[in-house]
Design a protein around this ligand. Structure first.
Ligand code: ATP
Length: 247
């Protein structure tokens, strides 16, 4: 049976000077699925995320997105191809309103890729409100971004990431620094967003992603360790071993 692969890495190695952060990582990600990448501290998760988003070109190996080799291309070319990312570090304009932040993202996408299709400000507003509804932030549209709670800022970032209508959404530790309540609503939001598109997320909280992921990839010391459904990963002896003593 052939599966529909949206993005894959072939023997990706990434070095920082003499240090090798990723070694020969070959992984295929299925379209339409929510896949989480986990691993203990220093496993190479963020480095791999940066390879998938185009921020770090691999030292060796290839990144293939929808059959096209993107290795060595610039991050904006990854974004143009349909890959969007939401970061641990907040990426919003604090002195603009929530809605304006989404409008700016929509405008950036429209003007970069559809020069001939200028949108009226009313169309832009409608689209921004639609995205804010998607992430449950409609009622905060007029508030300044800096006044939002941490979890709300992260939800806004997802709306910004969705503004380019990506084929693949990459999320780096989406619940970092969140309260348990914020974490629960962010997980609900991720599940909802993942119902309509392919999502890959990087997370070190293993328990958190067990309940929401279709598939889990485990990295350890920069190498691929295991992949499978959450239940397979939970009962995998090697995975248990590397997580021993971790929370
Ligand atoms: N820019 C860099 N220069 C040098 N070493 C780096 C750089 N970025 C990452 N590393 C090293 O690569 C290894 C993997 O780091 P990475 O951040 O990818 O791991 P991680 O799995 O995301 O860890 P964590 O869960 O702690 O965020 C670490 O040993 C780190 O010190």
């Amino acid at each position: 049976m052939s599966t529909d692969i949206i993005i894959e890495t072939h023997n990706v190695t990434r070095r920082f000077g003499a240090f090798t952060a990723l070694k020969n990582v070959s992984i295929q990600f299925e379209r339409g699925k929510l896949t989480s990448i986990i691993g203990p501290n220093g496993a190479g998760k963020s480095t791999y995320f940066n390879v998938l988003s185009g921020a770090f070109p691999p030292s060796e190996g290839r990144v293939v997105f929808q059959g096209k080799d993107l290795s060595g291309l610039k991050p904006h070319q990854f974004s143009h191809a349909g890959i969007s990312k939401s970061f641990q570090i907040t990426n919003i304009f604090p002195n603009f309103s929530t809605r304006q932040n989404v409008e700016i993202a929509l405008q950036a996408h429209v003007s970069r890729y559809n020069l001939w299709r200028r949108q009226s400000s009313l169309q832009l507003q409608d689209k921004a409100m639609e995205l804010l509804r998607t992430v449950g932030m409609e009622q905060h549209a007029r508030r300044l971004a800096r006044e939002l709670a941490h979890g709300q800022q992260r939800a806004l970032e997802i709306a910004i990431a969705l503004a380019s209508d990506p084929k693949l959404l990459l999320m780096d530790e989406p619940t970092a620094g969140m309260s348990p309540e914020e974490t629960r609503s962010m997980m609900d939001l991720i599940v909802q967003v993942a119902a309509a598109r392919t999502v890959i997320l990087v997370e070190h909280k293993m328990k958190m992603i067990m309940g929401i992921s279709d598939r889990i990839i485990v990295l350890h010391h920069g190498e691929f360790l295991a992949s499978g459904a959450p239940d397979d990963i939970r009962s995998n002896d090697e995975v248990k071993r590397v997580y021993l003593g971790q929370h």
